[in-house]
Ligand binder design. Sequence first.
Ligand SMILES: Cc1ncc(COP(=O)(O)O)c(C=O)c1O
Length: 378
Amino acid sequence: MNIATQTVQIGLDWDTRTGAVTVPIYQTATFRHPGLGQSTGYDYSRSGNPTRQALEEGVARLDGACRGFPYSSGMAAIANLLLLFKSGDHLIVTKDLYGGTCRLFDKIFSQYGLSFTYVDTSNSAAITAAILPETKAVFIETLTNPLLKFADLRTISSICTDNHLLLIADNTFLTPYLLRPLDLGADIAVYSATKYLAGHNDTVAGVVTVKDPQLAEKIYFHQNSVGAVLGPQDAWLTIRGIKTLGIRLDRQQQNAGRIAQWLTTHPRITKVHYPGLADHPNHRLMQKESRGFGAMIAFEVDKCELVEQILLKTNLISFAESLGGVESLITFPEVQTHADIPPELRARLGINNVLLRLSVGIEECDDLIDDLQQALEG
Ligand SMILES: Cc1ncc(COP(=O)(O)O)c(C=O)c1O
């Protein structure tokens, strides 16, 4: 079945008793036992809740996984995955990574004895060179935040297989609609479902999908023990969002392609990072491996004063953090999403004081271009 059809069908056959077309919201903390030592299959909502389970099964199907796990946020999902490792373990991580993930690794988990080496994971030799006897995993973003570099998952996965390393792929920017990391060799995919999956800037959520049943059992044990589960209302909103994932992303990508092209022609824009542009270094690879280029654009302006002007003067495009929703948002990574990355590293990565990140929504494209045009003119 085509993935666009699968997204629409999520949760549809859940309530066989009433035939409800949408999944009921089981707003309950606990469940009555039918008898001593008996269970309906649900005992307590941290351990399992029918609304959350509909999402678990739906995302597992979308990603070709054996199981899926919804969390209270993308960060909670990533933190839960780090419980797979123990003091002394080492992970190789994409250099160009969401700032909150860097903060979690360097400021929290490093205190518990985990160590992290940041490498350019688009260079497979750099990954191999960073492997230590204590390395246990490689953590990548399939399309990086904010500079939109695309990872060669097949190559990284073969390095991981040869060296018995887990491959964890944060697929937030692409979603299963455009790319299924487990099909390309990742062991675990992780999502900030706050973004494209839920898609309406109205809920914070995270998702993990896993290929191997034994690994999934461990992750379930950690999730239930720590308790960072998604509540039933938010699980329902995420299911509702996923139903329109395909149609939203089709439109968002179409808009992003046009806007990226338009930005390249503007005299005050010095650089456009969008993998759909033919001169993007990963354009060919992404064309081969992904069903699309996504709807995130990063661009640089010719003077830092212009950054504030654009952020304040865009009317239709909101100056706000987050991404992937139906409304277009613009942000300034150096000061916002990536402020927790050390300044020297930020500078080396190219996250500078003239770089803006645009999350393209589903509005009429001409209106978005007009909004950018008037903000650039001041
Ligand atoms: C690529 C990526 N991963 C993870 C996260 C964290 O997700 P959340 O904000 O849902 O905790 C974000 C948030 O922006 C992100 O962009």
